[in-house]
Design a protein around this ligand. Sequence first.
Ligand SMILES: *Cc1c(COP(=O)(O)O)cnc(C)c1O
Length: 456
Amino acid sequence: MHYYSTRNRSNPVSFATAALTGLAPDGGLFIPEEIPSYPGRVKNSLGTMNFFDIAFETIRPYVHPELPDSVLEDLVHSAYPFAAPLVSVGDRLVLELFHGPTAAFKDFGARFMARAFSYLRRGEDKPLRILVATSGDTGGAVADGFYGVEGISVTVLYPKGRVTPLQEKQIAGLGGNIDALAVEGSFDDCQALVKAAFGDEDLRKRLVLSSANSINVARLIPQAIYYSAAAGKAFAGKIDSDSEATPRAPDGQGASKTFTAYGVKAGNPITFCVPSGNFGNLTAGLYALKMGAPIRGFIAATNINKTVPDYLESGEYHARLSQATISNAMDVGAPSNFERMAAQWTLEQLRNMIRGVHVSDEDTRKTIAAVHDTYAYFLDPHGAVGWRATDILSAGNDPVKGPLAVLATAHPAKFAETVEPLAGPVPAPAAIKNALGRIASARVIPAELSAFRNSL
Ligand SMILES: *Cc1c(COP(=O)(O)O)cnc(C)c1O
C-alpha cells in the first residue's frame, strides 16, 4: 500500500515512511491511496472469526508487504492480549474499549504502533527516540505501548502538576526505556518544546527522532479492528458477556430493566456512537465501513468543542480554540484528523455516514448518574457524552434504527474524581490498580529548549 499526503497526491510513500515520519513533509497527513475491501470469505465470517484473525485481515492490506504476514500475525497477538467486548447495557449496546493496560482505547493504536516501529527499525544501530507531549491520556498509552520495546526509547513531556496522580504514574512510573519530563509550564509549552526539538540541528545530528501523536497512520489503522469485530458480532446476533473489568454496579438491581430497541438483531447493520476529539477513532470507523464491515453509520458525539457537528450541519468548517470540559480528552477545537476526513470524502458523503451531536457538561454529569441509577452501569465522562448523544437523536424526528453501540473509550475508574460523586465508588480494574501501585519518578525541567536538549 502507498500513502499520499492530504495536500499533495503526487508523492506516494511506503507504509514504513508514512509511519516513521508521521507528518508529510508538506505538513499534510498521510492517507492510504485507496481503502481496501475485505475479501468475501472474511466479510462473510466477521461474526465467527476471533479478534486476532480480524486484526490480521484488517491491517494486512495497509502494511503489506513491509510487514510480512508472519510478522503481522505475531504482532497482533503480542499487541492485543485483551478484548473489546460488546455488552448489553439497558436498551442499547456498549463497546468497551478500556480493557487494555492504560484503561483507554488509545492502547489499541499505541501498542500496534510500538511493535510496528520496532520491526521497521530492525538492524539499525542508532536507537529511535520518540518524543511525545501529552496533556494526560496519550502519554500513558504511548509510554505503556513502547515499554520494553527493543531499539526504541520514549521521552514523554507533561505539564507538571496538571495531570491526575494516576496519569502521572502511568507516564512516569514505568522507568526502563521510558523517560518522563515534568515541564514547568502548560501542555502548549510541552508541545512547543517537542516541535523545537525536531527543528534543532544539533539534536537531529545526535539522535534519530520520531513522534507518536494521533495523526500517525500506524496508530490510526489498528483502530478499525474493533469496529469490524463488533459489527460482525452484532450482525450475527451475538454479544459478549461481562468480564472482570466491566463496570457494573455491584448493588445494581436496575440492570434487569432492559429494552430491546437498540439491542442486536441478526442481519441488521449496527450504528456506532463515537465520543470524539481529534476524530482519529471515527476516521478508523469509516475505514471499517468502507472495507465492508456491516455498519449502518456513525454518530459523532462531542462535548462543547463541536467544530465537526457544526460543520456537518452548516457545511462550513471553522476551527476554534478548545474549551475545557469534564471529558477533557475530547477538548479539541481544531481536530487534526478532520483534514484526513475532508481529503477522502465530500461533505455529502460524510453526511450520509455521520450524524453529529454535541453534549454539555451538565448533561454529561446527569447521564453518568442516570445510567448508574437505571442500569447499574458506570460510564466515564467520554462514554457518557456518547450515551447522551444517542438519547438526543432518539428524541428527535429521525431516531436511530437499532442495533446501536456506544463506544466506551475509557474505564470510569480512570475518571473517578468526576464519576464517584455522581454514581458512588467505582471498582478499579487490575490495570488501574497496577498503575496506582507504581511510584512516579520524573525529572523536572523548565519550559526551555536548552534544558530539554540537555535532558536528551
Ligand atoms: C483520545 C480520547 C478520545 C477522543 O478520541 P479521538 O480519536 O481523538 O477522537 C475520547 N475518549 C478518550 C477517553 C480518549 O482518551
